[in-house]
Design a binder for this molecule. Structure first.
Ligand SMILES: Cc1cc2nc3c(=O)[nH]c(=O)nc-3n(C[C@H](O)[C@H](O)[C@H](O)COP(=O)(O)OP(=O)(O)OC[C@H]3O[C@@H](n4cnc5c(N)ncnc54)[C@H](O)[C@@H]3O)c2cc1C
Length: 388
């Protein structure tokens, strides 16, 4: 068997460092190449890590992540609880998760190069190199892993006809606030289907809090969203929640414009036909981006990164890529489809709201921990050999 000894990991977000750490555990040397010139400290909003994601992160040495979020209370626009979903989730900031993984990678001796934007690859037949925007190239490696996110360049190099991200019709916003106002919600996150937009918040004993909002809006890129001043977005969000009986207005008022995080358009990739070609393979959002409504983006990225490393440990790269895809595709596409259905409920009109509330009550009765076990109880058996 031709063993994989070296890997180029393109992208130093979430999936990239996890892949590099897992490869290292599998005895494969990995080097991370990230296009940004610095780490993403302070950039991005909140995200949740599900028990399945936590278990995957644990396999690469990251034990504690964020703060507990053990229940999600779903409300209608009048603040009436429609249902409560209990799962031991963790709430964290994307920047914090990224920084912890980055530090762990450096600590374990993974080389991370910044300012390396991959634009092309060179395959010599016996190995592959990354070509960067400044004309330089990486050292040759056995495989190249595209952990380069939703707008992946590696995905396009694998398949020039690969699909583009699909817009959900919602823009994402959020903020961390001090002196949060509403009483502490403890380990509960409240989420409200407002008349015009969707709102979620959690407040803590120390007086801090966090909120996020999904606002129906025609498509706009992140850069276009940023061209509108934060004061104006806060005003529009205030308008959207004006008729609702949820603490959105209170939390918006307590948000200084500079604290507003604009996450941009909420997008997904329901089906990427080709995850690998030759020595290249995709992992994380580049292969299976789910909209943030799933609460599973970072968790699935971590799972896939670990599964890929496990397959490369046990099989030659072409068989490993196929085994990895077989292990992952159905699961990730199921989560993505479920999140897309949630998005349509967030932008429901007056009639749609009645159906949605009824459906949510029904969903809550069906979404018992046993029924949701396929999603949250998934565990990777690292020590079990991967078969062809
Ligand atoms: C700055 C940022 C903020 C985010 N904020 C949130 C958030 O608030 N809430 C949420 O749910 N999700 C957020 N996400 C997405 C979330 O991190 C992912 O959905 C999930 O964690 C999967 O991670 P990933 O590593 O596959 O992709 P990403 O986290 O998107 O990481 C991809 C990385 O690849 C790099 N990259 C892209 N193209 C190239 C290239 N050609 N060459 C080299 N490097 C490249 C990017 O700079 C990035 O660091 C954010 C992503 C980014 C990049």
């Amino acid at each position: 068997m031709t063993r994989t000894r070296t890997a180029i990991v393109v992208g130093g977000g979430i999936a990239g460092p996890v892949a590099a750490l897992a490869l290292r555990r599998a005895g494969i040397e990995a080097t991370v190449h990230e296009s940004h010139s610095t780490t993403a400290d302070g950039i991005g909003g909140a995200l949740s890590v599900a028990p399945n994601g936590r278990a995957a992160l644990g396999l690469v040495g990251l034990d504690r992540v964020g703060v507990p979020m053990n229940a999600i209370v779903l409300q209608n626009h009048k603040g009436r609880a429609i249902t409560e979903l209990r799962q031991p989730m963790q709430f964290t900031w994307r920047a914090d998760l990224h920084r912890r993984l980055y530090d762990l990678a450096l600590h374990q001796g993974v080389p991370v190069h910044h300012g390396h934007e991959l634009v092309d690859v060179r395959d010599s037949g016996t190995g592959i190199r990354a070509v960067f925007a400044d004309g330089t190239t990486s050292e040759e490696a056995d495989v190249l892993i595209g952990a380069d996110g939703l707008r992946s360049t590696v995905r396009r190099l694998i398949d020039p006809r690969a699909p583009q991200p699909r817009y959900s019709g919602l823009l994402g916003f959020g903020a961390r606030v001090d002196g949060a106002g509403p009483p502490p919600t403890g380990d509960r996150m409240y989420m409200a289907f407002g008349r015009c937009a969707f709102f979620g918040y959690q407040t803590f004993d120390d007086g801090t809090g966090v909120w996020f909002a999904n606002l129906p809006h025609p498509y706009a890129t992140w850069q276009q969203v940023r061209q509108t001043p934060n004061e104006e977005w806060l005003r529009r969000l205030g308008e959207a929640f004006a008729g609702d009986t949820v603490p959105a207005l209170d939390l918006l008022r307590r948000t200084p414009p500079e604290a507003l995080v604009t996450a941009g358009p909420m997008e997904d990739l329901p089906h990427v036909p080709h995850w690998h070609r030759g020595r290249m393979v995709l992992v994380g959002d580049s292969a299976h981006a789910t909209s943030p409504s799933s609460g599973q983006g970072a968790s699935l990225a971590a799972e896939s990164a670990v599964e890929l490393a496990r397959a490369l440990r046990d099989l030659p790269h072409s068989q490993a890529f196929a085994a990895y895809e077989r292990a992952r595709r159905a699961r990730v596409e199921r989560v993505i489809a479920q999140a897309a259905r949630t998005n349509s409920g967030k932008a429901a009109g007056a009639v749609g709201r009645v159906f949605r509330d009824a459906l949510l009550s029904l969903f809550a009765r069906l979404a018992t921990p046993e029924k949701m076990a396929w999603q949250y109880d998934h565990r990777i058996h690292w020590d079990t050999a991967v078969a062809t």
